[in-house]
Design a protein around this ligand. Structure first.
Ligand code: FUB
Length: 445
């Protein structure tokens, strides 16, 4: 066990930072995000999808062997704290079962309790999945797995909620959604599991996530109302219900990603929905990527439906490499997004402008108070062309005019700024030619 903790610590020491819009994590697959506010940071505990190969998992199915935790103080810069739990270091998990599915984490009395489902080697615990706990003194670990899973829990997708009176509840799913009270020690059930029965009877329900706001308990869950999952919610006056089905939080994936799985947090007066989609793996929906978008409540406490965006959450500094392909809006004509390299999708995307007047809009860029001297754009345009950068609108003040030299390689084009607008700005990059111009990123120095 000591060797395992040392490996986790070393990994965390060398773990890198990633900057993100949607998807949030840019160097690996990630799914089933459980976001939590611990102190002044947001921590996200996702599943870690990998691609199964012969002898490693089941080809064509979910394949997960470990968990990472990520955190951010500003919702833009995410730190990967590295691997926190690995399947073969959990005493009760069937070795090499690659079934480390959707987890959750919660804080209580100075400890962080990480709940995760997997398949036990001893089938007397459960024939399929059960749920175990790993405990840490810090949100990023090191986490020490308990020797045995929680007794009497059969299923996946654990979620923990602690009510105002201090009572903790465990929720999980296995077709239906189940709940039970947890003992003070957080690793044993304090009541018999019950099925939360007032939810839709037809269609799979899973991934429960319960939170409370203004005395209302929101039981949120992915549900297959039609062919694939959408995020729905029910409300009640008690953590164990009864609940009343209330609405849809997010519609089905427009491109057919079968699963969705989410969590909801409030951070610095704004509510956020964390969820997933298969951005880096459009042809295989079991290699997913986590995302986040803002969530709003109506005055009567109902949730406004969230429309997925690429722009996501958080402010982007003007001197960062601004990934315009994670756009807020694109012009109806002449603008599109494509992978930089379809053989290497983690390299990300490019914005392609093909006609005069085609544009891409990217919101919430922080220019601060001091005028940058120049702007750089990483571009590729076989026949050359020219771009214009504006703020506030496609007819707003022009920050820069950028001639793009013809060439078949990516080039960095740098020009001086014509004007400056301080503070938070919405950026517009507009093509002034009918030539194809691909843009990787832009940055103001
Ligand atoms: O990640 C594996 C499974 O897919 C999760 O447990 C479900 O909620 C679904 O997202």
């Amino acid at each position: 066990m000591r060797k395992y903790i040392l490996i986790v610590c070393l990994y965390a020491l060398f773990a890198g930072g990633v900057q993100a819009q949607n998807p949030l994590i840019r160097n690996q697959y990630s799914a089933d995000p459980s976001a939590r506010v611990f102190g002044d940071r947001v921590y996200v505990y996702p599943s870690h999808d990998i691609l199964a190969t012969e002898g490693r998992g089941r080809v064509g199915w979910f394949c997960m062997e470990d968990y990472h935790v990520f955190s951010s103080a500003n919702l833009t810069d995410w730190t990967d704290h590295g691997m926190i739990v690995q399947q073969n270091n959990v005493p009760w998990v069937k070795p090499n079962s690659y079934s480390m599915w959707a987890p959750d984490c919660i804080y209580r009395n100075g400890k962080y309790y990480f709940y995760f489902p997997s398949t036990p080697k001893d089938t007397s615990y459960a024939r399929g999945f059960t749920v175990g706990v790993a405990i840490a003194d810090k949100p990023e670990g090191p986490f020490v797995p308990q020797p045995a899973p929680i007794l009497h829990v059969r299923g996946i997708d654990p979620n923990v909620f602690i009510d105002k009176d201090g009572q903790a509840y465990l929720y999980w799913s296995q077709g239906n959604i189940y709940a039970a009270k947890l003992k003070e020690n957080m690793v044993e059930l304090a009541s018999d599991p019950v099925v939360l029965g007032e939810l839709p009877n037809k269609g799979l329900k899973e991934g429960p996530y319960l939170f409370e706001r203004n005395g209302t308990y929101y039981l949120t869950y992915p549900h297959v109302e039609n062919k694939i999952e959408r995020l729905e919610y029910a409300t009640g006056n008690n953590p164990l219900g009864p609940f009343k089905v209330t609405g849809v939080i997010m519609d089905e994936s427009p491109t057919g990603c079968w699963t969705n799985h989410h969590s909801i947090i409030q951070f610095k007066d704004q509510w956020y929905l964390f969820y997933h989609h298969n951005d880096y793996s459009p042809a295989f929906d079991k290699a997913r990527s986590i995302r986040a978008d803002s969530l709003f409540f109506n005055a009567d406490g109902t949730i406004q439906k969230v429309t997925p965006t690429y722009r996501g959450i958080g402010v982007t500094k003007a001197n960062a490499q601004i990934q315009l392909d994670r756009y807020t809006r694109l012009s109806d004509k002449g603008a599109s997004i494509a992978f930089l390299d379809t053989a290497s999708k983690f390299q990300g995307w490019k914005t392609v402008l093909e006609t005069t007047g085609a544009w891409v809009q990217y919101n919430s860029v922080d220019f601060g108070k001091k005028k940058p001297g120049s702007v750089t754009v990483r571009v590729l345009a076989a026949a050359g062309g020219s771009l214009q950068i504006r703020v506030q609108g496609i007819d707003g003040p022009v920050l820069a005019e950028i001639p793009v030299t013809a060439g078949n390689d990516w080039q960095l084009t740098k020009v001086s700024l014509l004007h400056f607008k301080p503070g938070l700005q919405n950026l517009f990059v507009i093509s002034k030619d009918n030539n194809q111009i691909a843009i990787d990123w832009t940055s103001f120095e």
